[in-house]
Design a protein around this ligand. Structure first.
Ligand SMILES: *[C@@H]1O[C@H](CO)[C@@H](O)[C@H](O)[C@H]1NC(C)=O
Ligand SMILES: *[C@@H]1O[C@H](CO)[C@@H](O)[C@H](O)[C@H]1NC(C)=O
Ligand SMILES: *[C@@H]1O[C@H](CO)[C@@H](O)[C@H](O)[C@H]1NC(C)=O
Length: 167
């Protein structure tokens, strides 16, 4: 005899199995897409460039950040976290990474954008290495899916350099 409880339990097990299967398919189909985001960043202005009293260099930049991250969005994408980092080499560290700007993109409609902004976070070197320094601007992103694994990638834009003198 099948009691109500037994049937409810069987139904629940069935539902959970289907759900698990759907989640697996969702993250699997994500795996099959090969997104191709693009980005370009222009340094429109060096607002100021100084050595602080403690000896660390600091620079303020005005940037035009444009990106098309629409291909990162599938039906399984919850949101995308992006940040733009200045990356450069110094005698002490082979990689210095400084986040200059970040944002959260909640939908595909907002994934193609440009923004004219000065650096949101301070660009400070642990020393006085920035004069004439070549650096990369790297756009990093973390895709947060509705179900399945988060994944991250980046796009390196190289060939930027800072002025030779403080100003
Ligand atoms: C997803 O892709 C990664 C690397 O491309 C691979 O190692 C992994 O086995 C794939 N997963 C599935 C479920 O296909
Ligand atoms: C920023 O870049 C975008 C795309 O390259 C361009 O359409 C826009 O006019 C630029 N804005 C400024 C203020 O330079
Ligand atoms: C900057 O980008 C170039 C070209 O992609 C790369 O060879 C170099 O290692 C990068 N520099 C840093 C500090 O990441």
């Amino acid at each position: 005899m099948h009691s109500f409880g037994y049937r409810a339990n069987a139904l629940l097990t069935f539902a959970v199995t289907i759900l698990a299967l759907m989640c697996a398919m969702a993250s699997f189909s994500d795996n099959l897409s090969h997104p191709s985001p693009s980005s370009s960043v222009q340094v429109l202005n060096v607002n100021w460039f100084q050595k602080q009293p403690n000896g660390n260099d600091e620079v303020s930049l005005t940037l035009n950040i444009s990106a098309d991250l629409q291909s990162l969005f599938t039906w399984n994408t919850k949101q995308v976290f992006v940040f733009l980092a200045a990356e450069y080499e110094t005698p002490k560290n082979s990689l210095n990474q400084i986040s200059l700007w970040d944002g959260i993109i909640a939908s595909k409609e907002h994934a193609k954008f440009w923004t004219h902004t000065s650096n949101k976070y301070r660009f400070i070197d642990q020393g006085s290495n920035l004069r004439g320094k070549e650096f990369n601007l790297t756009l990093h992103w973390h895709v947060m899916p509705k179900t399945g694994k988060m994944f991250a990638d980046k796009l390196v834009m190289s060939g930027y350099h800072l002025p030779k003198e403080y100003r």
